[in-house]
Ligand binder design. Structure first.
Ligand code: GUN
Length: 283
């Protein structure tokens, strides 16, 4: 058996077309959704991500501001920039690209963002809203994974989902979103003694560790849905996920590729969150 591909580029194109139409409608009411992206330092991967986020704004007709600051920027100065953007009426979403230089307390900066503009969904108010099922911004990567499951009409109720990874950005919110759809959820991590025993029980596996070949074919139940959040480089410098794609696709029912899977969906959901932040102004 060969798994069906869940194409993140194709799904993104569909969703971004809807975003573009809603942006046009909002502009007719005199509101242009605006995203501010702050990049501190020269991290190569961050520069690519940030460029893609700004380009997605341009493609969907949104306003964007990219602030680039040297790695020597002080925490106080960064907090002052966030505060200014909190007060800027042309900005509906604020994103501080992570990682930040070591001298800056990232959590403190995230908590300085107004929850109303927290389109990354990293603020504790957003995390609390997700946990309790209240309205709020969902972190873009797990939100994109949920959209991918939705796109194949997958019913999570009664299914067992195994999330590998427990980060605040992906693993933990992913587990909460799956739980909200009535899946039975297991979170595995570096301290899990027998990962394979867990993943073999899974109807859905989300791999979000940041390590090559965390999930191999022998660890997957035939027909399972496999979502690969990883972004790694192999020995030849090729972009790869956490999943051994060539092996796992022989066993899984559905699989997301890297590149062209979760990556574009993350940016698409950032556009959705920014748009929805602006739409809330209309009530
Ligand atoms: N660094 C890697 N992924 C992300 C993300 O989704 N948001 C932010 N702000 N930084 C990141």
């Amino acid at each position: 058996m060969t798994a069906q591909l869940i194409d993140g580029n194709a799904l993104s194109r569909q969703l971004r077309a809807d975003v573009t139409a809603r942006v046009t409608a909002l502009k007719a009411h005199g509101i242009t959704p605006g995203l501010a992206v702050i990049l501190v330092g020269e991290n190569a991967a961050s520069q690519v991500y940030v460029r893609n986020k700004v380009k997605a704004c341009e493609d969907t007709g949104m306003h964007s501001v990219l602030e680039r600051w040297p790695a020597t920027l002080t925490e106080a100065d960064l907090l002052a920039r966030v505060e200014a953007l909190n007060l800027d009426a042309s900005i509906h979403g604020i994103l501080v690209q992570l990682p930040l230089p070591a001298h800056i307390d990232a959590q403190k900066v995230i908590e300085a963002i107004s929850p109303a503009k927290d389109v990354d969904g990293f603020h504790i108010a957003s995390a609390g809203a997700l946990m309790t099922g209240m309205p709020g911004f969902w972190p873009c990567t797990p939100y994109g994974c949920m959209k991918m499951l939705e796109s194949i009409g997958y019913e999570l109720k009664g299914k067992h989902a195994v999330v590998i990874g427990r980060s605040n950005i992906v693993g933990k919110p992913m587990a909460l979103m799956l739980l909200q759809q009535n899946a039975t959820v297991t979170i595995c991590h570096s301290g899990t003694p027998d990962l394979k025993a867990m993943t073999l029980q899974a109807d859905v596996v989300v791999a979000a560790v940041g390590k090559l070949n965390v999930l191999t074919a022998d660890m997957v139940k035939p027909g399972a849905v496999v979502i690969d959040v990883g972004m790694n480089r192999n020995d030849e410098g090729k972009l790869c996920g956490d999943v051994d794609f060539d092996g796992v696709k022989q066993v899984a029912g559905y699989i997301t590729p890297v590149p062209g899977g979760v990556g574009p969906m993350t940016i698409t959901m950032l556009m959705v969150n920014t748009l929805e932040s602006a739409e809330r102004l209309l009530g």
